[in-house]
Design a protein around this ligand. Structure first.
Ligand code: NAD
Length: 364
């Protein structure tokens, strides 16, 4: 797979964003978020989205490429951010920036976010909060769109992949914050789309059909076959389903978004509830460092069995804290470049041609 230097990929993405109608410096900020998703191993939320999702949304009028978020901080106990259906990468930043200011003063800040369009990789907002020394809890819904996930006992597409993210700063105990950033389905839908673009099959554990089977063909899934299972799969899907319900409601209530059943599904329009906490109000930074180090050392002593399947990101050596896989992948790719699949490159080049910027858009 071709590898592209992150700066070059960012410059290419900025060209596409500007051609879509996003002014500078907003275009560069969105490009940086997309390339960071590619860098840390979540290509599903990286530059491919410009071709597969954002350009079509701009065309259909559900994403305003020139809009910027507005922040209402009249009540510091209840910050409100309206993304105005601009790029969600800008809205996520604005929400964290506003919350950091309030949490620095009060120890805690709650933010309701609406009209976020697509806020990308939610872990980015947890990482940004942690970089400022704050923990973040994020609950996100998709504004009636993205109905790809079923509920326990069904194969009907009723819910979306509603992500939840939690970030905890470690104040130097680890080279990265602890960040759990997950779709409440077996996988994010973007991972299916990525496989469809690249022509790769889907693992059986991801989906279910009304006959009790699964969908192996990513294109067939994209055409409506079967549904994604909630996190926990066939035996424990009630857990992912429950997490998805609380994200749906918190984003609907605190964020002021809609919840399933309230209207006609359209394009994705993330709403979110963010809560920032200053851990230093509860304990010292030294205690946080000590707690993280002790837990990490404890996990390092776990006995692993060769007979038990391990997730890809483990590298087979020891359990990792959440956030470590992204940190490792980012470090490698900053050095060696970002692998970008041929079909993704083709999709981006086609978009550049459509937008009349084929000459300016050069990744090679
Ligand atoms: P995933 O299954 O890759 O899980 C990622 C999380 O698990 C990370 O926190 C990572 O650090 C942790 N992790 C992975 N392997 C690990 C290991 N071996 N040990 C310890 N921790 C490990 O992610 P996903 O559920 O497919 O979601 C992918 C992305 O999709 C997320 O960034 C999410 O925010 C995003 N998403 C966005 C939306 C939206 O509407 N904006 C919707 C759904 C998902």
């Amino acid at each position: 797979m071709p590898r592209i230097a992150p700066a070059r990929l960012e410059a290419g993405a900025t060209v596409l964003l500007e051609a879509l109608g996003t002014p500078d410096p907003a275009a560069a900020k969105v490009a940086a978020s997309l390339v960071d998703a590619d860098l840390c191993g979540h290509a599903s939320h990286g530059v491919v989205r410009l071709a597969t999702m954002y350009a079509p949304m701009v065309d259909e009028g559900t994403l305003d490429p020139a809009a910027s978020p507005t922040v209402d901080d009249a009540d510091p106990g209840a910050l409100r951010v309206d993304g105005n259906r601009g790029f969600g990468q800008l809205t996520g930043r604005a929400a964290v920036d506003a919350a950091v200011e309030v949490a620095a003063e009060r120890g805690v800040a709650a933010v309701g976010v609406k009209n976020g369009a697509h806020m990308g990789r939610i872990g980015e907002w947890a990482e940004r909060a942690a970089a400022e020394g704050f923990a973040l809890l994020a609950f996100v819904n998709t504004g009636l769109a993205g109905r790809t996930v079923t509920v326990p006992g069904s194969a009907e597409r009723l819910f979306s992949t509603n992500p939840i993210a939690v970030g905890i700063p470690t104040f130097g105990a680890t080279p990265h914050p602890v960040v759990l950033d997950i779709a409440t389905s077996q996988v994010a839908h973007g991972k299916v789309t990525k496989r469809s673009v690249e022509g790769d099959p889907l693992p059986p554990a991801w989906t279910v059909t009304a006959e009790g089977g699964h969908v192996a063909d990513a294109d067939a899934f994209e055409d409506g076959a079967g549904a994604l299972l909630p996190l926990g799969g066939r035996s424990a899907g009630h857990k992912g389903f429950g997490l998805s319900v609380v994200a749906e409601l918190l984003a609907g209530v605190v964020g002021g978004g809609e919840v399933f059943g309230e209207g006609t599904p359209g394009s994705v329009n993330n709403a979110a509830a963010f809560v920032l906490i200053d851990p230093a109000r509860f304990t010292s930074r030294e205690r946080v460092r000590e707690a993280v180090t002790t837990l990490d050392d404890y996990l390092a002593d776990a006995t692993l069995s060769a007979a038990i399947e391990r997730p890809d990101a483990m590298d087979g050596d020891r359990p990792l804290l959440p956030g470590a896989p992204e940190h490792r992948t980012r470090s490698d790719r900053e050095r060696e470049g970002v692998p970008v699949g041929d079909r993704t490159l083709d999709a981006l080049a086609a978009l550049a041609a459509d937008l009349g910027v084929a000459d300016e858009f050069r990744l090679g």
